[in-house]
Design a protein around this ligand. Structure first.
Ligand SMILES: [Mn+2]
Length: 317
């Protein structure tokens, strides 16, 4: 018998399909257990880290399990690597499964499974864990692309919060065409447009195509000497940095910018004072590279960084 605390709110990750699937499944589970609709809140990593956790009881999914969520009457459903041992929270954790699959397991234990959900959860799992050898890998990427292209809340509104409506949704045709036409063009272009941030980090400029799969292909094909690749994109007036690697270093870099994620796939929002992609590239160079020839140059670089961080501080108040 499952004894879960009744949550005031369910927190999930706004950036991808896994957060979308896991969040909606947990909301359904709460509805089933407690007979009411528990509000769903979605966050990107940086804002999640700044979120004051004042609720007495909550459910959290697709965010790393850490001390601040290890509270009585909190449930954490997650798959990020963690060294924190649960003391108070209920924890459903497995690094070999997506958050969506873990949430689905809880749903199944309450008789909420269905063939439609099963299929969606499978596709999400393949996309989130990047299971390239799965025959559904390409289609799974199309599903994951829905959240990247149309964004969490737009998609949520479109399907009216009903997960099953994503299955075979007409927009997937758009995603398939984008994959076939845009991705090869984007790969060829991006391959020629990688520039140095530091000796171990390369910036990949992107103009078209699925950034995730382009960068993955660049790393896999050995088309670049940099073990970590970063791409930048603008969303809701902020510049997002997305880090990818094969050696686990992507997360270390993202953490330096208060971001998070997995060893080889992580992200961060850059400070508000970074207003353009060009600013972002320069900011990353100063933060990670910062090799200046002259003392004057070094001083300028430091001042700029201080200004940037000063504005982050202001932001927090
Ligand atoms: Mn995930």
């Amino acid at each position: 018998m499952l004894t879960l605390p009744k949550p005031e709110v369910i927190f999930t990750h706004e950036s991808d399909l896994d957060g979308f699937v896991a969040g909606l499944l947990l909301q359904r589970l709460a509805q089933h257990l407690f007979g009411e609709t528990v509000p769903l809140q979605a966050y990107h990593y940086n804002l999640w880290k700044q979120r004051d956790l004042r609720e007495k009881a909550a459910w959290v999914t697709d965010f790393t399990f850490e001390a601040r969520v290890d509270k009585t009457d909190w449930l954490v459903v997650d798959h990020h690597v963690t060294d924190h041992k649960a003391r108070a929270a209920h924890l459903h954790h497995d690094v070999n499964k997506s958050a969506g699959l873990l949430a689905y397991e809880l749903c199944q234990s309450q008789g909420l499974g269905s063939p439609e959900l099963e299929r969606l959860v499978h596709l999400n799992n393949v996309a989130d864990l990047f299971l390239e050898n799965d025959p559904d890998f390409a289609v799974a990427g199309d599903y994951a692309g829905l959240v990247k292209i149309y964004q969490f809340w737009n998609l949520h509104t479109l399907v009216e919060g009903k997960l099953e409506r994503l299955l075979n949704h007409p927009l997937l045709e758009v995603m398939a065409v984008k994959r076939r036409i845009e991705d090869p063009i984007g790969f060829e272009w991006s391959k020629k447009n990688i520039s140095e941030i530091s000796p171990t980090v390369g910036y990949v400029d992107t103009i078209v195509g699925n950034t995730n799969s382009i960068v993955h292909q660049l790393l896999e094909s050995g088309a670049t000497k940099y073990p970590v690749l970063v791409t930048l994109f603008r969303r809701s007036n902020a510049i997002f940095a997305s880090f990818r690697s094969r050696n686990g270093d992507a997360l270390k870099i993202a953490t330096r910018f208060q971001g998070g994620g997995h060893g080889n796939a992580s992200g961060a929002i850059l400070p508000k004072s970074v207003r353009t992609i060009e600013d972002g590239v320069e900011f990353l160079r100063q933060s990670l590279g910062a090799r200046r020839e002259s003392a004057v140059g070094r001083e300028t670089a430091l001042n700029n960084l201080e200004n940037l961080f000063a504005s982050i501080e202001l932001e927090k108040r």
